[in-house]
Write a protein that binds this ligand. Structure first.
Ligand SMILES: Cc1ncc(COP(=O)(O)O)c(C=O)c1O
Length: 400
C-alpha cells in the first residue's frame, strides 16, 4: 500500500472539480434511486446549482460559518509531536467548530438550501452522531423539525451525541435492521424520504448518495481545503505541504480538504479504517443510490464494516474518492483499531488535543508512515483533524 503512495501521479492529470453528466466521477457516482425519488434529486440539484452561484446564498452561508461555526478554524502546528516524529505536522482544527466536527459546514449549507426550497422538515442518517448533532443544531437554528435515523449499535456507543440531539429538539429513531450501524441508517433514511419527499429535505452527512449529493457535500466541505491552502500559503516557505492527510468514512472531510489542494503537487492521502476499507478492499457496486467501491461478497451482498470509530463503520465510500484512487491522484491506506488508540493517546499527551477516533486514523497513519520511511524526515504534513473526542470518552474509558 505504501508502494502505491510513492507511485501517485502528479496533480495536473486529473481535474474532478465538477462531475460530468448525471454526477459521474469517471465510472463512479450517478443516481441509482427508485423512480419516486428522481424528481426530488433533480429538484435538489437545480436548487443547489442556482444557490451556489447566488451571491446572497453564498454570503449568508459564509456569514453563518463565521459567526455561528467559528470559521476560519486555525491551522495549528503540532510542535511536540512534530519534534518527536521529525516532520512538520500542521493540524487543520475542525474539532474547534461549533458542535465539534466538520459536519456542521455541510449541514448549514444544506439546511439553508432546504429553507430556500420551501421544505419544512429535515431528515438525516448518522453514524458517530456528529452529523445528527449538526443537523439537529441546524433544525433548531432554522426552526425546522428534525428526524435522525441512527443504528441501534451506534446509539449504544455514542450516547452523548444521542442526548445532545434530543436536547436540541430532534427525534432520534433507532434502526434495528442489519448491522445496526451507518449503512442501515442510510437505507432507512432513504426509505423514510420516499414517503415524505414533498415537505422533507434529506440532509446527507457525507459525499455519498445519489447525484447531486456527493458533489454538493464536497462543495460545502471545500471550505476546509480552501482555508487550509491559504493558511499554508501564508505559513509555509514552500507555500504548499508535501502531504495532505485526512480520514475517510464516507469521505466528506477528506473530499473537502483535497479539493483545496487538488491542483498542487501535494500528495493526497485518505486513511480508511482497516475494517471499513472500501477503497483498499472493495469492488465496484451500487449502494445507497450511487456507484462506487463497496465491501461486498461475490454475490453482491454488502459486507459489514467494523471499526472502533462509528463514523468510519461504513462499507462504501464517496464516488469521487473511488475516482481519485483509480486515477492515482490520491492514495488510500488503512490503519487498525490498535494504531488508532495509540495515536489518540499520543496526540493527547503531546499536543493536549483529544481528537475523535475517526480523526485519529489520519494521525495513526502519519506516525506509521514516518516510522517506516514512507514520509521522509523533514516533510511538511497538513492533516485535517475532523472532530473532537468528547463523544468517544465512554468508549475510551471502557477500553482502558
Ligand atoms: C469526527 C468525524 N470525522 C470523520 C467522520 C467520517 O465522515 P467523513 O468521511 O464523511 O468525513 C465522521 C463521521 O461521523 C466524524 O464524526
Amino acid at each position: 500500500m505504501d508502494q502505491l503512495l510513492r507511485s501517485a501521479r502528479p496533480a495536473a492529470q486529473v481535474d474532478p472539480r465538477r462531475p460530468s453528466g448525471l454526477g459521474r466521477f469517471g465510472d463512479y457516482g450517478g443516481r441509482f434511486v427508485p423512480e419516486s425519488l428522481v424528481p426530488a434529486c433533480v429538484e435538489v440539484e437545480r436548487a443547489f446549482v442556482e444557490a451556489w452561484t447566488d451571491p446572497l446564498f453564498r454570503g449568508e452561508l459564509n456569514h453563518l460559518l463565521a459567526v455561528y461555526v467559528g470559521r476560519p478554524t486555525p491551522l495549528t502546528p503540532a510542535v511536540r509531536l512534530s519534534a518527536e516524529l521529525g516532520v512538520n505536522l500542521l493540524l487543520k482544527r475542525e474539532d474547534l467548530t461549533h458542535t465539534g466536527s466538520h459536519k456542521i459546514n455541510n449541514v448549514l449549507g444544506q439546511a439553508l438550501l432546504a429553507r430556500r426550497m420551501g421544505k419544512r422538515r429535515l431528515i438525516a442518517e448518522t453514524g458517530a452522531g456528529q452529523h445528527g448533532v449538526a443537523t439537529a443544531t441546524a433544525g433548531a437554528l432554522f426552526g425546522m423539525p428534525t428526524t435522525v435515523l441512527m443504528g441501534a449499535k451506534d446509539i449504544e456507543r455514542q450516547q452523548l451525541n444521542v442526548f445532545r440531539m434530543k436536547m436540541l429538539g430532534a427525534e432520534v429513531v433507532p434502526v434495528t435492521s442489519g448491522s445496526r450501524t451507518l449503512k442501515d441508517s442510510c437505507s432507512e433514511a432513504l426509505r423514510h424520504w420516499v414517503t415524505s419527499v414533498d415537505d422533507t429535505y434529506y440532509c446527507f452527512g457525507s459525499v455519498l448518495g445519489p447525484h447531486p449529493y456527493p458533489w454538493m457535500v464536497r462543495q460545502f466541505q471545500r471550505v476546509i481545503g480552501d482555508e487550509a491552502r491559504a493558511q499554508c500559503a501564508a505559513d509555509l516557505v514552500a507555500g504548499t505541504p508535501d502531504y495532505v492527510v485526512a480520514c475517510v468514512g464516507g469521505g466528506s472531510n477528506a473530499a473537502g480538504t483535497f479539493a483545496g489542494f487538488i491542483d498542487t503537487p501535494a500528495r493526497l492521502v485518505g486513511v480508511e479504517a482497516a475494517g471499513g476499507a472500501a477503497i483498499s478492499a472493495g469492488t465496484p457496486g451500487v449502494l445507497h443510490g450511487f456507484r462506487s467501491l463497496v465491501l461486498q461478497d461475490q454475490h453482491g451482498q454488502i459486507s459489514e464494516a467494523h471499526s472502533i470509530a462509528a463514523g468510519l463503520d461504513y462499507p462504501g465510500v464517496g464516488p469521487e474518492h473511488a475516482y481519485l484512487a483509480d486515477s492515482g491522484r490520491a492514495t488510500y491506506v488503512t490503519v487498525d483499531d490498535a494504531e488508532v488508540l495509540a495515536a489518540t493517546h499520543r496526540l493527547a499527551r503531546t499536543e493536549g488535543i483529544l481528537c475523535a477516533l475517526e480523526s485519529a486514523h489520519a494521525v495513526a497513519w502519519v506516525i506509521r508512515a514516518v516510522g517506516d520511511g514512507t514520509v521522509p524526515p523533514g516533510s511538511t504534513v497538513m492533516l485535517t483533524l475532523s472532530g473532537r473526542g468528547d463523544k468517544d470518552m465512554a468508549t475510551l474509558m471502557e477500553l482502558s
